[in-house]
Write a protein that binds this ligand. Structure first.
Ligand code: I6G
Length: 666
């Protein structure tokens, strides 16, 4: 006989499991965090009062209290295979040709394309819907029993949902840490004085290999399923449907999966994923194409421990090993000194790299980087390459730590320290700072002076033709034509582009001045707010700080910049030399909605999204993409979905389109 209390406890567990499923698998939370915590605490309290009613599959029982002394060995019922690799399109076409030949067909083959997450492969075994064992891949035949650790991963169900799951079901997939999880974990490790991890994969591996599951429980691990192992029971007859079925049982699967016809479609998928690699929230090292029909998979079988029906199309590696030949210090536009490692050339992510930023002295010390060291370098997208870690095994005994200079390497002025940043105190005395400021001033998004590149600026500053920004507009044909690599035509063209650049906008001009921390969007904000340069020059720290999105640091740098008389003098000379902008176009911003944040969702009928956004911003409002407690209003158009639901849960005020228009027309 089941008592009312047992019944209630079971209901609580079921509800919590359903909420976990909605949150982790469907990515559609159904209750607020507070409501979830309330249910969880209620269950915990009842289980503390009645410990005899605790069951191992209760959602409260993820973290075991007793550390292990060693991991037991698990023999896989069905070997955990690896995948064959393809490194280019030809190899992918060859894969398809082999398949067609073996299947003796010439029709289109249906594939499922998935991402290959850079994590650790594991096998999870469910018996009668309960998670009973989890193991690493190991050598493919035997792995380690990591059940205690796997149970702590929040998106892995301890009990499968529904009733019609196979009585024995093994699922396989990758345990990984997201990019943000990895950054936060390393930040936490740093503050605790603990070892930091070289990359997300190492962090995931280190976390799974803990004998004490309480440590694993504090690591941001996730799981994503990509196939099944032993199954006793019936599953659908395509790979895609099997995964969808697993999702129904509460197993997390990838949202990046696509069904595609033929390998050409797979190659398009590859290009798309490569292009958006930086936006994918976790590291990937390839994409995988699998034949979708299970009967075709069965006919194709396996060769040398890899299925013939699947292939991993590798993405360019983002990391490589090389040696640091020397460390140099570069002086930036604002005098910040950045140490840069010069490297033995190495190919990473399809490009040859010879330099990597070392950020600052702290970073060099933290990673214990020395000249001559063998290091792992990482190049992710367009980001400047970085040193991930030193290979200490290859360190020479003679290696010496790098001594950070106390004087600017260019102008010998003393180096001053501002937190982690070392700065040359030379300001305009320092030719390096002057060159950098000029490069910024002439750049495309600033004054957009075509034909005035880095090497020309370098020559002209060194020859004394250019001292400050205003000198750029005093250059003459005679001066230009005598420079190295400068013919008559180039001199003429440069003079023309100088002339053209004089007609600019105030926002571009402010950005071009190179005030510390004032990027393009801040420059735009300043223009919207002050309307003209005179008002900005006069603005106090207090006035500046009142502008939404302008913090005390930006305000301070702006005030400091305009306090310096030589900066005002340069501005006046620039204007005297012909730089101008249209003042009439600038309307100072109206501020009724300052400090309010709007989220637009669903389809608007009378206004377009862009119009609504522009009009809100003009009135000083911020328009955001995501709903939080800080959102002032959610504007819900037709067919508004999850954002509207979230607003309702969080108690954020909701406006319809008519109400929005009324607000805008006030
Ligand atoms: O190691 C793997 C990574 C990803 C896989 C895999 C996968 O699918 C997205 N799929 C299979 C079938 C195997 N290894 C054996």
């Amino acid at each position: 006989m089941i008592t009312d209390l047992q019944q209630h406890i079971q209901e609580l567990r079921h509800l919590i499991n359903q909420h976990n499923y909605a949150y982790y698998v469907l990515d559609e939370p159904r209750v607020s965090d507070q409501e979830y915590d309330r249910l969880f605490r209620e269950l915990q309290t009842l289980e503390t009062q009645y410990p005899q009613l605790i069951t191992p599959d209760s959602p409260t029982q993820r973290v075991g209290a007793n550390p292990l002394t060693t991991f037991a060995t698990v023999t896989h019922k069905i070997p955990m295979l690896s995948l064959a690799n393809a490194f280019d399109a030809t190899e992918v076409h060859d894969f398809e040709q082999r398949i067609k030949k073996l299947l003796k067909i010439d029709d289109m083959i249906t594939y499922v394309a998935e991402l290959k997450i850079d994590g650790l492969a594991v096998n999870l075994r469910y018996e009668q819907g309960k998670l009973v064992q989890a193991a690493t891949r190991g050598d493919g035949h035997q792995g380690e029993d990591i059940t205690q650790n796997i149970r702590t991963i929040k998106n892995i169900p301890l009990t499968l949902l529904g009733q019609d799951y196979p009585p024995i079901l093994e699922v396989r997939g990758e345990v990984f840490i997201t990019k943000t999880g990895f950054t936060e974990l390393n930040q936490h490790q740093l503050t605790q004085g603990k070892k930091i991890f070289a990359n997300a994969r190492n962090a995931a591996a280190g976390s799974l290999r803990q004998l004490d599951a309480r440590i694993t429980a504090n690591r941001p691990l996730s799981f994503c399923c990509y196939s099944v192992g032993q199954v006793e029971g019936v599953l659908p007859n395509t790979h895609y449907e099997i995964l969808q079925q697993l999702k129904q049982f509460g197993i997390p699967i990838s949202e990046y999966m696509q069904i595609l016809q033929g390998v050409d479609a797979c190659l398009i998928y590859y290009k798309q994923q490569l292009a958006q690699r930086e936006k994918i929230p976790f590291d990937i090292d390839g994409v995988v194409y699998k034949v979708n029909q299970i009967n075709q998979q069965e006919r194709l079988g396996y060769v040398s421990r890899a299925p013939r029906w699947a292939i991993a199309h590798k993405l360019p590696a983002q990391e490589a090993m090389t040696q640091i030949t020397t460390i140099e210090v570069q002086v930036g536009r604002t005098g910040a000194l950045t140490p840069v490692a010069r490297l033995m050339p190495v190919t990473v992510g399809g490009a040859t790299i010879t330099n990597a930023t070392l950020h600052n002295q702290n970073e060099i010390e933290r990673k214990d980087i020395r000249i001559g060291d063998t290091v792992v370098v990482r190049r992710a997208g367009d980001v400047i390459p970085e040193i991930v870690c030193v290979n200490l095994e290859k360190r020479a005994e003679t290696s010496q730590p790098f001594v950070f200079p106390t004087q600017c390497p260019v102008c010998s002025s003393p180096v001053i320290r501002e937190d982690s940043v070392a700065r040359c105190s030379g300001d305009l005395i320092c030719p390096a700072q002057r060159k950098q400021r000029m490069q910024h001033f002439v750049s495309r998004r600033a004054m957009n002076i075509e034909g005035l590149g880095e090497s020309l600026i370098e020559q002209m500053v060194d020859k004394g033709l250019l001292y400050d920004l205003a000198d750029i507009y005093t250059l003459t044909y005679e001066q230009l034509v005598n420079l190295e690599r400068m013919g008559k035509k180039s001199a003429d063209n440069l003079l023309k582009s100088l002339e053209k650049s004089k007609n600019t906008t105030l926002a571009r001009f402010i950005y071009a001045l190179g005030i510390r921390e004032v990027g393009e969007s801040t420059a735009n904000l300043l223009v919207q707010h002050f309307g003209n340069l005179e008002n900005l020059i006069k603005a106090s720290q207090e006035t500046l700080e009142k502008i939404p999105d302008i913090g005390p640091v930006v305000a301070q740098h702006t005030v400091d910049f305009f306090k310096q008389l030589n900066n005002i003098e340069v501005i006046q000379r620039l204007q005297a030399n012909g730089v101008y902008w249209q003042t009439s176009e600038i309307e100072p911003i109206q501020q009724q909605l300052t400090g309010q944040t709007f989220v637009l969702t669903g389809t608007l009928t009378d206004l377009t999204r862009e119009e609504a956004k522009a009009r809100l911003q003009k009135l000083g409002a911020k328009v955001s993409d995501s709903v939080s407690k800080k959102t002032t209003y959610v504007v819900a158009g037709e067919k508004a979905g999850s954002k509207l639901e979230k607003a309702q849960i969080l108690g954020v005020k909701i406006l319809n389109e008519k109400e929005l228009i009324a607000l805008l027309d006030q």
